[in-house]
Write a protein that binds this ligand. Structure first.
Ligand code: PBG
Ligand code: ZN
Length: 327
């Protein structure tokens, strides 16, 4: 059977027919809002390169989360930074009184039903801005980084994180963290690995927000190459073998094929990180009048879900949740 008897437009003739057969767009419960914590109180600092996003002190974050939790956003991902205490190994990242460690109990207390995740990395805490200490050969020292990342993860888990999420792309970081969590009796903490994380040009606004741009060189020696699909798939496979509970592809929009491939190769839950550059470029386009902001945001989040992501880390989370259901 073919045209003129088969007419595909019949199935999209009215809104009610379309709605009957469309996959549901990702509900807010599957979104996680990445947020930036700073020290102190009463601080809300707009991030110039990320319209609508702010750096906040813990008290202000607690306030900002109220409508977000009420709208049913599933979780938050906390990013910390240090303003005065950067050193070679990023030791402020595992300070038990650090900005993330102190915010965790109060956020968990205020919003016990939200899934509270923490980014586990060193780049916002090292003087040189790399994701681990620099070795004698001038490269990031993989194994030394693992020991430090494990300390960060344990300090976050002990402070109440539901999920720790290592993003440094060191070999063996998942195994090191899983082992350290077990040694410390932290058996219930979920480990979400940024398992396939590419060296991408889409992280620029984030590095502004976090003050975490490398002062020299780049991250191509540890983050995956976007031109090597097989290596990217191996990254997720290895993290699964090392004990990750959740895998991730990052960024999302230029990598929908990778999301679909990782989805096929694993039974683990899969996250996708809709990164800062992907968020800010839609804002820039909308500002120029090239498209409607909400329509573009919804289309992009639906595409990431369609590719196979179970959860989406996205700066759109509050905006999307507010508009969700209204079309
Ligand atoms: C830190 C980290 C980065 C992002 C998440 N964790 C930056 C980087 O790797 O340079 C990027 C997030 C974004 O762009 O939204 N390792
Ligand atoms: Zn990092």
């Amino acid at each position: 059977m073919a045209f003129p008897y088969v007419r595909l437009r019949r199935l999209r003739r009215t809104a009610a027919i379309r709605e009957m057969f469309d996959a549901a767009p990702p509900p807010p419960a599957r979104l996680v809002w990445p947020v930036f914590l700073v020290e102190g109180e009463n601080r809300v600092e707009p991030i110039a390169s990320m319209p609508g996003q702010n750096r906040r002190s813990a008290d202000e974050l607690e306030r900002a989360l109220e409508p977000v939790a009420a709208q049913g956003v599933g979780g938050v991902l906390l990013f910390g930074q240090t303003e005065g205490d950067k050193d070679e190994g990023g030791s402020a990242a595992f300070d038990d009184h650090g900005v993330v460690q102190r915010a965790l109990p109060r956020i968990k207390r205020a919003y016990p039903d939200m899934v509270v995740m923490t980014d586990v990395c060193l780049c916002a805490y090292t003087r040189h801005g790399h994701c681990g200490p620099i070795g004698r050969d001038g490269n990031v020292d993989n194994d030394a980084a693992n020991g430090l990342l494990a300390r960060v993860a344990v300090s976050h888990a002990a402070a109440g994180a539901d999920v720790v999420a290592p993003s440094a792309m060191m070999d063996g970081q998942v195994a090191a963290i899983r082992e350290a969590l077990a040694e410390n009796g932290l058996d219930d903490t979920l480990l979400m690995s940024y398992s396939t994380k590419f060296a991408s040009s889409m992280y620029g606004p984030f590095r502004d927000a976090e003050n975490s741009a490398p002062s020299s060189g780049d991250r191509r020696g540890y983050q995956a190459s976007y031109a090597n699909l097989r290596a990217a798939l191996r990254e997720s496979r290895f993290d699964e073998a090392e004990g990750a509970d959740i895998l991730m592809v990052k960024p999302a929009l230029f990598y929908l094929d990778v999301i679909a491939r990782v989805r096929e190769q694993t039974e683990l839950p899969l996250a996708a990180y809709n990164v800062s550059g992907e968020y800010s470029m839609l804002h820039a386009a909308a500002e120029q009048g090239y498209g409607d902001l909400y329509a573009m945001a919804r289309e992009s989040l639906t595409a990431i879900g369609r590719a196979g992501a179970d959860i989406i880390l996205s700066y759109w989370a509050p905006f999307y949740a507010r508009m969700f259901g209204k079309q």
